[in-house]
Design a protein around this ligand. Structure first.
Ligand code: HEC
Length: 154
């Protein structure tokens, strides 16, 4: 529940500055070469199957820079206009107590990440974030998630 509350609050805050974000919205998304990664098939996973995989992190780093950095910041350090994705990851991982971490439902964060990337963020015809469905494969999305997981918020 903690996770969900945090995510809703953060999206609402960002809606306020969306006018600025839209100025970035017209850069062409880049396809990502995922041939070096284990293929995942057509069924969408709910949690990241590449977590901690070195090659996935490498592919994800470049895919992130090409598709996400212009809004979410280089090396996932947000300039404040779009959500800082390091915080998304840290919602669960910075909890000191293992029980609390498990209860925080890492899988829920993964699913939320995947759904956000596939569907983007469009409200009342305004594109706050473009949908990546049909552009990024699930291999590419999980590779990006693996990269983002290596970025710690300090
Ligand atoms: C055109 C700018 C733009 C691009 C490109 C973009 N995003 Fe976003 N993203 C946003 C904005 C703005 C929001 C918050 C939108 C809102 O108010 O609902 C957001 C929200 C998110 C969220 C939810 C964050 C939260 O705290 O709730 C995730 C996850 C995310 N983006 C991941 C990505 C990834 C991964 C990529 C690259 C594949 C990407 N985004 C590309 C602008 C962008």
């Amino acid at each position: 529940m903690f996770v969900r509350k945090y995510l809703v609050a953060s999206a609402a805050t960002l809606a306020l500055v969306s006018g600025v974000v839209m100025a970035h919205g017209d850069v062409t998304p880049q396809a990502v070469d995922v041939t070096s990664l284990k293929p995942l098939g057509d069924d969408m996973r709910d949690s990241n199957p590449y977590k901690g995989d070195k090659e996935a992190i490498r592919v994800g780093s470049s895919a992130y820079n090409q598709n996400c950095a212009r809004c979410h910041g280089l090396e996932a350090i947000s300039g404040g206009i779009s959500p800082d994705l390091r915080k998304l990851n840290d919602v669960c991982t910075t909890l000191a107590n293992k029980k609390a971490r498990d209860a925080c439902e890492v899988e829920e964060v993964d699913t939320y990440f995947r759904n956000t990337v596939l569907g983007g963020r469009v409200r009342n015809g305004n594109v706050y974030m473009p949908p990546f469905a049909g552009i990024l494969s699930q291999e590419a999305i999980w590779a990006i998630k693996s990269y983002v997981e290596t970025r710690k918020f300090e």
